[in-house]
Design a protein around this ligand. Sequence first.
Ligand code: TRP
Ligand code: SF4
Length: 326
Amino acid sequence: MKKRILSGMRPTGKLHLGHLVGALDNWVKLQEEYECFFMVADWHALMSEYEDTSQLSDLVIDNVIDWLSSGIDPEKSTIFLQSQVSAHLDLYMIFSCFTPLGWLERCPTYKEQLREVKSRNLNTYGFLGYPVLQAADILVYKSERVPVGQDQLPHLELTREIARRFNNIYKKEVFPYPEAILTKTPKLLGLDGRKMSKSYNNTVDLADSADLIKKKISNMFTDPKRIKLSDAGHPDTCNVFAYYSTFVPAMKEKVRDWCLHAKLGCTDCKKELALNIIEKLRPLQQRREDLLKDKNKIKKILQEGNEKAGAVASKTLKEVREAMQL
Ligand code: TRP
Ligand code: SF4
């Protein structure tokens, strides 16, 4: 029997290169080895973007199109929408009853977001409970493995604590203790060298046109110590070089040589990078074009996924109710 995986993404914006190398490429590989559930986490999006909901339903479809274009295969994996599987909320409610406030208030991701996000008020009841819903997402499928980035580890830790607390209180081993599967690719920074994020406007989106990609990449920051064309560059501290390492590993040594021996200017180095990234995205964008023509197909894939996910989730909920004598 294959082990089960659940992972999710919040539909808060268009997907970009960071999603591709940080999650999707990995999900595509995992499909062969695991029974995969991939969820569009629309409730989680709402927990922080509750004010402007106008884009949400379009983004759900758009993100799923990118998943499919990247190689997520609905024949192999269950693709579904969180809000359409009601057992997530049932379990979230039950977990809320016994999750101590301190666990949530101490959560590093929570503290960081409260500190850093100024554009909206996250000092809400819902946002504090974000990891409780995430625990419900994972545990309602009894998934033992969760592919996520490093930043999600505190939520996985909380998921195990909540599972342990449930199993202890109701004296039944209903839930497993899920572990993360970390992505191996080193974290890709944004075009400006800061954390990659749509709010910094420093991403190359999977749907960007060739011209836009050229423009964005031509504005990338390079090695600040390299001023004249004849200066040697420092590839290992240059973000452009990091992009080569991730997207065009075959050219790494050649670019290093160009850079160290000042054989190529930064402008040309970036031009070459842009061409390579455009080439890499081409097949994905072709599939994207085809899928855009048939949005009903996307809706159907989600509907079927919702049903499959719902069947598994309801079964767990039944066990939960039994363990609690409800
Ligand atoms: N919190 C995750 C993120 O921001 C998204 C998410 C919601 C998730 N539920 C999940 C990830 C369950 C893994 C498992 O990336
Ligand atoms: Fe960076 Fe390329 Fe310029 Fe070297 S040549 S500093 S790798 S942009």
